[in-house]
Design a binder for this molecule. Structure first.
Ligand SMILES: [Zn+2]
Ligand SMILES: [Zn+2]
Length: 173
């Protein structure tokens, strides 16, 4: 959603409040796409601090669906954070650095929220603390029960010993 800034620009030292909707349904970070669900309206406060500068503050709250790091099942990741930016609308276009959330005198709320999102993404996503993950061999989700694979063979130290035995028996042939 876009918010027109011309009103705020013409009233120095005043604060205006808005509620905006997040438009995107999917967050595309290049390497992955996460659905955005349970979006709460974004609260936006715009304060004209004088000299064509606007203090833009927004509070976002929504849920991302991300895969569990171990078993890849969908996990609800609730995110809630605020963004604060000072926009200088007195600068000629191209002069300003990071004002991708501005489109002329329009504030692009999605871009503003997205700008800050990466800081808030969790380093680790788990469906539960003790997620058992998937079997390296057959891909079964081990949270749903055992798959019957011989897991002792998955221990790399065991594999080395087994190879030594295998090689020595092959050499004897
Ligand atoms: Zn899991
Ligand atoms: Zn298995």
């Amino acid at each position: 959603m876009h918010i027109h800034l011309s009103d705020s620009l013409s009233h120095e030292q005043e604060t205006r409040e808005y509620t905006a909707q997040i438009e995107a349904d999917v967050l595309d970070i290049g390497t992955a796409r996460y659905p955005i669900t349970e979006k709460k309206p974004v609260r936006v406060r715009i304060t004209n601090t004088g000299d064509k500068k606007l203090l833009i503050e927004a509070e976002a709250s929504f849920v991302l669906i991300m895969p569990c790091d171990r078993c890849l099942e969908d996990v609800r990741v609730p995110l809630s954070y605020s963004v604060s930016r000072t926009a200088d609308l007195g600068e000629a276009p191209g002069e300003s650095e990071e004002q991708a959330y501005l489109d002329g005198y329009d504030l692009d709320v999605d871009t503003l929220i997205r700008d800050e999102l990466f800081v808030h993404l969790p380093m680790k996503v788990l469906c539960r603390e003790d997620c058992k993950g998937i079997c390296n061999r057959c891909g079964a989700n081990l949270n749903h029960g055992t798959c019957g694979c011989d897991v002792t063979e998955l221990d790399p130290r065991m594999a080395v010993i087994r190879d030594i035995f295998k090689n020595s028996s092959e050499n004897m042939d």
